[in-house]
Design a protein around this ligand. Sequence first.
Ligand SMILES: Cc1cc2nc3c(=O)[nH]c(=O)nc-3n(C[C@H](O)[C@H](O)[C@H](O)COP(=O)(O)O)c2cc1C
Length: 359
Amino acid sequence: MSCSEIRPDPACAGLPPALAAVFAAGIPLTAPELASRCVLLDAGALDTADWSALAEPGQTCVFADGGPQAARIAAELQRHGLAADTPAARIDGEAVVATGLASLAAGAGTLVVGETVRLSRHYEAAPAAAPAAPGGEHYGPADARRLQRLLAGRRDMRHFRRGEHITPETLQRLLQAAHHAPSVGMMQPWRYLRISDPARREAIAALVARERDATADAMGERAAEFLRLKVEGIRECAELLVAALPPDDGTVFGRRTMPREMVVCSLACSIQNLWLAARVENLGLGWVSMFEPQPLAELLAMPAGAMPLAILCLGPVEAFYPAPMLEIEGWRSRRPWQDAVYENAWGEPASPNSAASKA
Ligand SMILES: Cc1cc2nc3c(=O)[nH]c(=O)nc-3n(C[C@H](O)[C@H](O)[C@H](O)COP(=O)(O)O)c2cc1C
């Protein structure tokens, strides 16, 4: 980690530009009872950063050129124990935004995290998370843009960093997000089995390998090309989950005509929540559907009527694919979204005034 501890002397010539910017913004690097030391980290060194050390209290962390990575830095620091409202600032020349860590938007410049930011005249405490108003929270255009970015940046991941783990608190947050999903008749037909036993993980990997071969056999002329694709990260991922449908509880509301589809859709909604919640914590998730459900149900001692629907590989990744991996590998491409929108009748292109044709 290219990280050096410094005890700054403002009079010192040749101060690194990032520190000069911090001084110019009126943020002291050390201050009695707030920070006894300062850590300077280059944004290029984030991949190898010791996040536990960076999240320690009593110091000021300066991330030179860390502004564009604000979301990642905030997520890592919170994952390692810093509170969401820890004072943090982004300094881009004269422009200084100083608020709570979790509220800091990404952008150009240097990032400073630590209690000393509180002393800057620019500091405005982030509003405390208000309890949801009766009519629900109100979101602005910036929230909409961030959500759109999150949706576009979610990826199905098959490559994970080995030997990593996810804290129980993080896993709990993700599973709570999964549990906020909509469901038919509020049936909540999802169960998540955490696979912590290495032998069981290995048995699941074997089941998937068998199905991958069977899939290749069914592929015809693209079999060899298919076999070159990585289709799961079961052995490497930090956490392995199996998402399953419980035995049917007989809910009729909303599913009289399509009982099976609606229950599957509900579980899929829950998995999508998990997917997005993981992405926003910079964790990858890969959905694996290549398995025979019955042997997996037996392996996991599921009751009659329960069915595993997805094997989910979850954990830190080296980097998110910039586009769907199947697209990068030339297997298939995402179609223009307008091709999936019709007007009034199947196959009818949208009219000139519709949303689809305006884009
Ligand atoms: C229901 C479902 C099942 C999937 N099963 C697999 C799978 O078995 N193996 C795999 O590599 N990807 C699987 N995927 C991921 C898709 O390949 C991926 O979502 C798609 O290529 C688009 O990429 P993106 O999710 O990164 O946008 C599955 C996705 C869904 C929604």
